[in-house]
Design a protein around this ligand. Structure first.
Ligand SMILES: Cc1cc2nc3c(=O)[nH]c(=O)nc-3n(C[C@H](O)[C@H](O)[C@H](O)COP(=O)(O)O)c2cc1C
Ligand SMILES: C[S@@+](CC[C@H](N)C(=O)[O-])C[C@H]1O[C@@H](n2cnc3c(N)ncnc32)[C@H](O)[C@@H]1O
Length: 401
C-alpha cells in the first residue's frame, strides 16, 4: 500500500484513506471511457434531497475532445492550470437549483452535487485513478465557454487521471505533494448530544488503526531485539530477574527480549492488534508472556511489578490529566523501590513526525517529582529497525519512592 502520510483517529476502509488530491497527473495516459463511465455511475447513485439528483456533469477529455478540454483548462485559475494541464480529463460539476416537482429553490442542490462528486472521486480511487477537485475557476467564463444555462451553478472542476511523476511538477508543488496530510481532530468537529460538548472517540482507536493498516516491521518504532539503552540500564542496575511490565508493548519485541533474559513478562497495550502481534511473536519464539489489552490511563492490571518499561508511551500524552492518570497507574503498579525505564522523544527533536510531547531532563524531573526519584537521564536516540535516521531521544531511570 502507498504511504498514507496521515494519522487516523479510528480504523477506516483503505478507500477513504487512499483518496487524496494529488497535483501529479500522468500527462500521456488516457482514462478509458469505461472508467469515466464507472465514476459517473457512482455519482449517479448518490442520495439527494427529494431524490432530485440536481447534479449535472460535463466531461472534457483531452484525448477525445481537446477543444472542450482547452476551454475548461483556460477557465481555471492560473495556479490550478499549472498542474491541471497534465490531467487527461476535467469534469465540470454543475448544480440545478430548482426542484422539478414544485419549481421552488432547492437549497440542498449544492450539498447533493458535492455528495455525488465525492462518490465519483472514491470510485476513481477504487480503479487506481487519482482526482483533484477545484473551486478555483472563473464561473462566468466556464458558463460561456461550455454553453451552460445561466440558471445553473457551476460548482467544481475535478481533474481525473493516473498518478504521474512529482518531479514533473513546478518546484513549488513538490513539498505539498509529500507533506503529511492533516485534519482537525475529531474532538474539534464532533459534538456529543448538543453543541459545545466534546464527543470523544474511543481511547486507542487511532493506535488500533495504525496497527491494522501497517505491518509491525514497518512501524517507525519497530526495533528488533532489546533497545541498547534498556540493555545498558539492566546491566547497570544488575537486574536480571523479576516481574516486568512492558506498557504500550506495541509489536512486542522488547517483551520477547526481556522474557529471553529470564524476566517474567506482562505485555500490555491499548491496541488489540498490537497485543495479537506480541502474542504471535511470543508463540513463534516459544516464550511465555502474559499479553493484556489494557489502557495505561485506566489500567485494570493488578500485579505489582519490579520493573516497568516505557518505550514511547508517556510522550504520547500532552494532556496533563492523562499524564496524571499515567503517574497514578505507575505508582499503583510498581513495587516500592520499583524501577521505571522511560524512553521518550527529546525536546531537541524538531522533526514533524512523531509524538506530540518532547522532553528534556528537567521536564521529567518536574513531571515525576511526586512519588518518584529520577536516578539518571541521558540524551540518546530512538533506535528503530524500520527508520534510517533515529530521532533524538531521552532515556531515564526512575525509581518509585
Ligand atoms: C470544493 C473544493 C474546491 C477546491 N478547490 C481547489 C483549488 O482550486 N485548487 C486546489 O489546488 N485544490 C482545491 N481543492 C482541493 C483541496 O485543497 C483538498 O481537497 C483539501 O486540501 C484536502 O486534501 P485531500 O483532498 O488531499 O484530502 C478543492 C477541494 C474542494 C472539495
Ligand atoms: C511508540 S509505540 C511504542 C511501542 C513499543 N513500546 C515499542 O517500543 O515497540 C507506543 C505504543 O503505545 C500504545 N499506547 C498508546 N496509548 C496507550 C494507552 N493509553 N495505554 C496502553 N498503550 C497505549 C500504542 O498502541 C503503541 O503500541
Amino acid at each position: 500500500m502507498a504511504q498514507l502520510r496521515m494519522n487516523v483517529q479510528a480504523p477506516i476502509d483503505r478507500l477513504f484513506a487512499e483518496r487524496w488530491s494529488t497535483r501529479a497527473f500522468h500527462p500521456d495516459k488516457p482514462v478509458e471511457k469505461t472508467e469515466i463511465a464507472a465514476c459517473l455511475e457512482a455519482a449517479r447513485w448518490a442520495s439527494s434531497c427529494f431524490g432530485e439528483e440536481p447534479w449535472r456533469y460535463i466531461i472534457a477529455d483531452r484525448f477525445a475532445d481537446a477543444e472542450s478540454w482547452n476551454k475548461v483548462l483556460s477557465a481555471l485559475m492560473p495556479k490550478n492550470q499549472l498542474w491541471a494541464r497534465h490531467a487527461p480529463v476535467l469534469i465540470v460539476a454543475v448544480a440545478e437549483h430548482t426542484f422539478s416537482h414544485n419549481g421552488k429553490p432547492n437549497r440542498w442542490a449544492e450539498y447533493d452535487t458535492g455528495q455525488a462528486t465525492i462518490c465519483l472521486c472514491l470510485q476513481a480511487a477504487t480503479l487506481g485513478l487519482v482526482t483533484h477537485q477545484m473551486g478555483g475557476f472563473d464561473a462566468d467564463a466556464m458558463k460561456q465557454h461550455l454553453a451552460i444555462p445561466e440558471s445553473m451553478h457551476v460548482m467544481s472542476v475535478t481533474a481525473l487521471g493516473y498518478r504521474g511523476e512529482v518531479e514533473a511538477l513546478d518546484a513549488d508543488f513538490e513539498p505539498i505533494e509529500s507533506a503529511s496530510r492533516t485534519r482537525k481532530p475529531m474532538q474539534e468537529i464532533v459534538h456529543a448530544g448538543h453543541w459545545g460538548q466534546v464527543w470523544q472517540p474511543p481511547a486507542g482507536a487511532g493506535w488500533e488503526a495504525r496497527y491494522q493498516e501497517t505491518s509491525v516491521e514497518r512501524l517507525p518504532w519497530f526495533h528488533h531485539g532489546l533497545d541498547a539503552d534498556f540493555e545498558q540500564a539492566l546491566a547497570q542496575l544488575e537486574l536480571n530477574e523479576g516481574d516486568v511490565l512492558d506498557i504500550g508493548c506495541g509489536p512486542g519485541t522488547q517483551s520477547i527480549a526481556l522474557a529471553k533474559r529470564g524476566f517474567t513478562v506482562t505485555a500490555s497495550d491499548i491496541s488489540r492488534s498490537a497485543i495479537e502481534s506480541t502474542r504471535l511473536l511470543a508463540e513463534a519464539e516459544g516464550m511465555s508472556i502474559d499479553c493484556r489489552v489494557d489502557d495505561v490511563l485506566d489500567s485494570k492490571l493488578t500485579a505489582p511489578f519490579d520493573l516497568v518499561l516505557d518505550r514511547g508511551i508517556f510522550h504520547c500524552f500532552p494532556d496533563p490529566v492523562d499524564q496524571q492518570a499515567y503517574l497514578t497507574t505507575l505508582k499503583r503498579l510498581l513495587k516500592p523501590q520499583g524501577i521505571l525505564l522511560l524512553k521518550c522523544f527529546h525536546k531537541d527533536e524538531t522533526g514533524e513526525m512523531g509524538p506530540p510531547c518532547r522532553y528534556d531532563e528537567s521536564d521529567i524531573q518536574r513531571l515525576f517529582a511526586d512519588g518518584f526519584e529520577l536516578i539518571e537521564a541521558h540524551n540518546t536516540q530512538f533506535q528503530s529497525t524500520a527508520m534510517e535516521t533515529a530521532p533524538k531521544a531521552l532515556f531515564c531511570i526512575i525509581r518509585k519512592k
